[in-house]
Design a protein around this ligand. Structure first.
Ligand code: GLU
Length: 487
């Protein structure tokens, strides 16, 4: 087999969508599995919708997901440039080839004329197909139209290609994911491949680029299936080898509608901003259509690449279960080593002054607060009491815990004793044990004793390990907060 070359070809009209990330991943996995090359091409022919910020977002998101490309706009390669807008001088030559071999023709129809054709079709309850009015214009007729100031677009003569290459059958191909796909191409109509302003249309540019970049397998969303039929005929009309195609099912929201902003984040960068780990996200995305042979769903991309077989991708749609992603993300957070986690949490702690803590205190704080984190941003609301001199007391905590006589007794005793304690975890552990014991003898449950202390020091009834919290805060802050809670 000749070299496997696959590509991801995003249009930079938005931030990198998780759906595109999945397409990129499956291409990347296919390349890895087959010692092939993974190419990134930016399809920015729609200048109005393109922006540099989106291009940067696509680069950054793919990199963050670990989907590094072998060839692309930034790293170059043998078949560049890899940005479509820099390839505009390439396309006319191939359009000319199709004009010369009769599989394309110039079309001088104005937008108004085309609109009129459409209206007539609608009025007759027919699907609109271009009339081929310009198919057989003579040289004189064309010269006259040009003299009128008209500039021609170029149309692909699809019915001619269909008849030439598939005279007795519908067009069909063997999809790597979906098996045989067939299409009657009659209703496609002769579509424009070069606009009158000289810009190529998507279906043409993509074929020329994939052909010149020697792309062997095209793996993309099933929304492109009808394009694939058109593209196959263009390859054939150019006398080029037709690549293999594989179409992935769509990704749907839990309510089975198209995944959109109203369901939650959709762009990779949005997930990252919310506190999802890219390792978790890419693992989750792999499971949208692919399942591991051993049933073990938590797998880094390298392990997935070993196990990946394109023929085993599900041909149906996948549901984007945010709950499952959350489960997976919390699992990945648990697997992070402490130093990495400390770094990854920092962007979510900017409302606090981390300089209040030594590195050792910060480490300990993360150790005792990491367990319940589902997304990294959960840390923000989990740690306010580790910062500042005083602490905000939740209203119910004040009325239900701190205002009780028992709590007041506990806090007074605590303040009296703790001023002589050394606030080191092991020591505190022993001291608190004894302290609880004394109250237990008076009939106060250990839990209640600790509640009073926790409420005074953290303003909450739940939170991180109390001994560790007291040690991190240190004696001064703890006693100040306890004194404040004593009436
Ligand atoms: N630019 C196209 C898109 O973003 C690429 C489609 C393809 O893979 O051919 O949908």
């Amino acid at each position: 087999m000749s070299e496997v070359r696959v590509r991801i070809a995003p249009s930079p009209s938005g931030n990198l969508h998780v759906g595109t990330a999945r397409t990129a991943l499956f291409n990347y996995l296919f390349a890895k599995k087959n010692n092939g090359k993974f190419v990134l091409r930016i399809e920015d022919t729609d200048a109005e919708r393109t922006s540099q910020a989106y291009i940067d977002n696509i680069f950054d998101s793919l990199k963050a997901l670990g989907l590094n490309w072998d060839e692309g706009p930034d790293v170059g390669g043998e078949y560049g440039p890899y940005t479509q807008s820099e390839r505009f001088d390439i396309y006319p030559k191939y359009a000319q080839m199709l004009l010369d071999n009769g599989f394309a023709y110039e079309c001088f129809c104005t937008p108004e004329e085309l609109e009129h054709e459409k209206e007539v079709a609608t009025a007759n309850k027919q699907a609109y197909v271009y009339s081929k009015k310009c198919e057989n214009l003579t040289a004189e007729e064309k010269a006259k139209l040009i003299a009128e100031g008209r500039k021609p677009a170029i149309r692909f003569n699809i019915s001619k290609a269909q008849k030439a290459f598939h005279p007795t059958s519908e067009l069909s191909f063997d999809d790597l994911v979906k098996g045989e796909l067939k299409q009657n191409t009659d209703l496609f109509g002769d579509f424009v491949i070069m606009k009158s302003n000289g810009a190529p249309t998507y279906n043409f540019a993509v074929v020329i680029d994939d052909m010149l970049m020697k792309i062997s397998h095209i793996i993309r969303g099933e929304d492109h299936i009808s394009n694939t039929f058109k593209q196959i005929l263009i390859y054939e009309a150019l006398g080029a080898e037709v690549p293999k195609f594989g179409h992935l099912g769509m990704i749907l929201a839990p309510d089975r509608s198209k995944l959109s902003k109203r369901h939650g984040a959709t762009a990779v960068s949005e997930f990252v901003e919310k506190g999802y780990l890219t390792d978790a996200l890419i693992n989750f995305v792999a499971l949208l259509g692919w399942s591991p042979s051993d049933g073990e769903e938590i797998k880094p991309v390298d392990a997935i690449a070993q196990d990946f077989r394109i023929g085993e991708i599900s041909s149906s749609n996948s549901i984007f279960e945010y709950d499952k992603l959350n489960w997976m993300n919390s699992h990945y957070i648990k697997m992070l080593d402490i130093e990495t986690l400390k770094e990854k949490l920092k962007p979510f702690l900017t409302k606090y002054d981390l300089n209040e803590l030594t590195d050792a205190q910060y480490t300990r704080m993360v150790e005792v607060t990491r367990e319940p984190l589902v997304i990294l941003s959960d840390i923000t609301d989990a740690v306010p009491y580790f910062f500042g001199e005083t602490v905000e007391i939740e209203p119910e905590v004040q009325s239900e815990v701190l205002d009780t006589e028992v709590s007041q007794d506990v806090l007074k005793a605590f303040a009296a004793q703790a001023k002589d304690w050394e606030f080191e975890e092991e020591n505190l552990h022993e001291k608190l044990e004894v302290f609880r014991g004394e109250f237990k003898e008076k009939g106060i449950k250990p839990k209640q004793t600790m509640w009073a202390i926790r409420a005074a020091v953290t303003g909450r009834t739940r939170g991180a390990d109390m001994t560790a919290t007291l040690a991190i805060l240190g004696k001064d802050k703890v006693l100040k907060r306890v004194e404040k809670a004593i009436k």
